[in-house]
Design a protein around this ligand. Structure first.
Ligand code: CDP
Length: 210
């Protein structure tokens, strides 16, 4: 069984939904690295401080229920707004922020069997992962999924705006100089556009068992 699993891909591809289910089925720890960039972004927006200052002393904890705590405060819902998504992609360009969070992510992964999702897990954070997945879906499908997710939380949104925001964020994430969103050479590509959640989970569990 593969012990260290890296899942990368663009915004809204289903990485966190799929990784959470696979982690529960395998009895592994799920580590959502996007939530960590979102946590830094939220604190920058709320404090008005510089991202480097924030990253140097922020305390981020992820619990077993995938809740996110910043300096001991539960921010699980607050980090999921479109404003924080944009700000997360901005702070994620900064070398010092990436260095700090990458260190934390490696420490978390060293504790045992994990599924970690993000943009640079297979390429930078855990280049020796036992299994690397690059999860994608068409921009239209990813926008639809994000729209449904926001709707379910009672957050009003416009699907065309969401699609534009997703495309802009993917461009910024793919074109940044440090640790851009990229498929590792040894990653298995999974296009989930026409797959159900159960089908994607089954495919990853099959690959994890090889
Ligand atoms: O959920 P969604 O796919 O929309 O985004 P996320 O995984 O929560 O990540 C939010 C932002 O954090 C991304 O747009 C990236 O800019 C950044 N990020 C990153 O740079 N590296 C990671 N390993 C994870 C996220």
């Amino acid at each position: 069984m593969k012990k260290i699993i890296a899942v990368d891909g663009p915004a809204g591809a289903g990485k966190s939904t799929i990784s959470k289910i696979c982690a529960a089925r395998l009895g592994y720890t799920y580590i959502d690295t996007g939530a960590m960039y979102r946590a830094v972004a939220l604190k920058v927006l709320q404090s008005g401080k510089d991202a480097v200052d924030v990253a140097s002393d922020i305390q981020i904890e992820l619990d077993e229920a995938a809740r996110v705590f910043v300096d001991g405060r539960d921010v699980t819902n607050q980090i999921r707004t479109p404003e924080v998504s944009r700000a997360a992609s901005d702070v994620a360009k900064i070398g010092f922020v990436r260095k700090r969070l990458t260190e934390l992510q490696r420490q978390m992964a060293a504790r045992g069997s994990v599924i970690m999702d993000g943009r640079d897990i297979g390429t930078q954070v855990l280049p020796n992962a036992d299994l690397k997945i690059f999860l994608t879906a068409s921009a239209d499908e990813r926008a639809r999924r994000r729209f449904e997710e926001l709707k379910a939380k009672g957050i009003a949104a416009d699907i065309d705006n969401i699609r534009e925001e997703i495309i802009a964020r993917d461009k910024q994430d793919s074109e940044r100089e440090i640790a851009p969103l990229a498929q590792a050479a040894d990653a298995v590509p999974v296009d989930s556009t026409r797959m159900t959640i159960d089908e994607v989970v089954a495919e990853i569990l099959r690959l994890a068992a090889c």
